[in-house]
Design a protein around this ligand. Structure first.
Ligand code: GLP
Length: 240
């Protein structure tokens, strides 16, 4: 795993954007795996700026997001579809019909999950997957557990994740207790992965990832088994 240590959040965001921009220049019709959460917001802003300046284009890009709350309608202000529109898609020249987010209203989440993974494969697989880290080490919504799913699936959120994510909702009781999420296999099939982590709250997870040991109880460590992962951290996440 390659590690890039940045001084602060802005630098981390610029580093991440640089990697995505260089892929967009080399392969304009690439497939991006995208993440939500506060961590990638700055990077998305950078990318929107580069797009406005004419340095990069998203017009031939296809994207697949990692996860979505369940059940939650895509128009809900806390849905991840809404997040992606507001933080990236509305500010770049991407064709929204080529952007995908798991269906948070799927009647049959198992069938939806299988179709989602099949759609990723049909698009040629993910060229570059962006990931954040949950404070408990989760990636997407793959929570620490003894057994993890390979494919996109319906999952229950842990108490700690519900609490951590309640900052975006009016109250803890408004946070959905379930989500549909890409599985570890869906993520690990990406050709290249960048992981962003900022702030002291992520230090414990970053430290585990740097320990060289792998455990499903900290899903972020599973990335150590991937051939092309770049961890981009700010100093607070790196040093604690
Ligand atoms: C959510 C998302 C993850 C994200 C994590 C960290 O739970 N499902 O994909 O990485 O939060 O969020 P933040 O970047 O806000 O710390």
């Amino acid at each position: 795993m390659k590690v890039i240590v940045c001084e602060n959040y802005d630098e981390m965001s610029k580093e991440g954007a640089k990697i995505i921009a260089s892929l967009l220049k080399n392969k304009p019709c690439c497939v991006l795996g995208l993440a939500t959460g506060s961590t990638p917001v700055g990077m998305y802003k950078e990318l929107a700026g580069m797009n406005r300046a004419g340095e990069i284009t998203f017009k031939d890009v296809t994207s697949f997001n990692l996860d979505e709350y369940y059940p939650l309608e895509p128009t809900h202000e806390q849905s991840y579809r809404y997040f992606m529109n507001v933080n990236l898609f509305d500010h770049v020249d991407i064709n929204k019909e080529h952007t995908h987010v798991p269906d948070g209203l799927a009647k049959d989440p198992t069938a939806m999950g299988e179709a989602y993974d099949a759609a990723i494969e049909a698009a040629g697989g993910i060229d570059l997957q962006v990931l954040g880290l949950g404070p408990n080490g989760h990636i997407a919504f793959n929570e620490p557990e003894e057994e993890l799913y390979a494919g996109t699936h319906l999952t229950s959120l842990t108490e700690s994740t519900i609490k951590a994510n309640s900052r975006f909702f009016a109250s803890v009781s408004d946070v959905p207790t379930k989500a549909v999420t890409m599985g570890i296999g869906s993520i690990m099939k990406a050709k290249k992965i960048i992981v962003l982590a900022s702030g002291k709250g992520k230090h414990a997870v970053v430290e585990k990832m740097l320990s060289g040991r792998i455990t499903t109880m900290c899903p972020g460590t599973l990335l150590l088994a991937h051939a092309d992962v770049t961890l981009i951290v700010d100093r607070d996440a790196y040093e604690g």
